[in-house]
Design a protein around this ligand. Structure first.
Ligand code: AMP
Ligand code: MG
Length: 309
């Protein structure tokens, strides 16, 4: 099914603006629909190359495919080198930077909950303790952001003017709009379609949201979501519904959105005050919205978090 859907929709339009070529392409990869809009330069070549890169990234880093490099690595049948080792080193560094809140070695735990097969179950505490010790790789919290970074590199190399990519909820922008106005990225409402707010970003950036509503199941009236606390193996319960991170780099944005969700607002704000490479928007379970002072948010009421208390 994936293969059939992959690369199915290509629409080629000539945009009004000085004959600038616009490409829109929908790709099914990494278990999700991805939408690519690219303007100017070799937009068509860039769209094709990004589609190939997405397939390749999935082939290498998929945690669900038995034939991926990552699965072979977890079975002890493969070794990383070159770019692959660099990715593992980078996610390890992000794990250390976040005090382990982002943990790329939770595969056995994620698997126990059934989040990989969608055959959900609540594991026993002893099972979780054992699985936490297995330390198998799973880059599910960072791989779409990594793909966003790689896509931005391709867009740069192809000399395109600008692009707006939606990689399954991970948004990657590239370049500036002709009138100089910023890109407007909606942050999804947890209970339905629509958006609760809009973030404005200029130039090349990643806008990535981690939320408890993105994957969950219910058992005996209790909701279990997919963002796990690496200390316990249970879903992180910190009073948050979602965290959106805005950052120049996709991989960092993706890892940090997951990490800040696990930390909860208080620790996350402290972490932000000690960092200089991202901004964030927090949606609390009670509906309160908080935004760090560098995030350009509109469309809702929110409290601004300042650098200095
Ligand atoms: P994201 O949507 O980017 O926040 O990633 C969530 C996905 O990453 C989950 O579906 C799990 O596969 C995996 N995951 C869950 N908890 C963590 C965590 N604390 N650190 C790293 N990966 C996680
Ligand atoms: Mg993430």
């Amino acid at each position: 099914m994936k293969r059939v859907l992959c690369g199915v929709l290509i629409c080629l339009l000539l945009a009004g603006c000085a004959g600038e070529r616009q490409i829109r392409k929908t790709v099914y990869a990494m278990d999700t629909v991805m939408d690519l809009q690219i303007w100017g330069g070799d937009a068509s070549g860039a769209a094709e190359e990004i589609a190939r890169m997405l397939e390749e990234t999935e082939r290498v880093w998929s945690a669900t495919r038995e034939d991926s490099f990552l699965s072979a690595l977890n079975r002890g049948e493969a070794e990383a080198d070159g770019e692959r080792q660099a990715v593992l080193d980078e996610v390890t560094a992000l794990s250390e930077r976040t005090g382990g809140a982002f943990d790329p070695r939770l595969h056995a735990v994620i698997s126990l909950w059934g989040f990989l097969t969608k055959e959900y179950r609540v594991p026993a505490r002893e099972e979780l303790t054992e699985a936490l010790g297995e330390k198998q790789w799973n880059l599910g919290a960072a791989v779409k952001g990594y793909a966003g970074r790689k896509a931005a590199e391709i867009l740069e190399a192809r000399g395109v003017d600008r692009a707006l990519l939606n990689l399954g909820g991970n948004v990657q922008t590239f370049g500036d709009k002709p009138d100089g106005s910023p890109w407007q990225i909606g942050i999804r409402n947890p209970d339905g379609d629509g958006y609760f707010g809009v973030v404005a970003v200029s130039g090349t950036a990643a806008v990535v949201t981690s939320g408890d509503y993105q994957r969950y199941f219910e058992q005996d009236g209790v909701r279990y979501h997919h963002i796990l606390d690496p200390d316990t193996g249970y879903p992180a319960e910190t009073g948050l519904t979602s965290v959106t991170v805005i950052c120049r780099d996709g991989l960092t944005a993706d890892a940090l959105s997951t990490a800040l969700y696990v930390m909860g607002v208080e620790k996350a704000v402290e972490f932000w005050r000690g960092s200089a490479d991202f901004e964030a928007v927090f949606l609390l379970r009670d509906g309160t919205v908080l935004a760090t002072e560098g995030a350009v948010l509109s469309g809702c009421e929110f409290e601004v978090i300042r650098r200095e208390e």
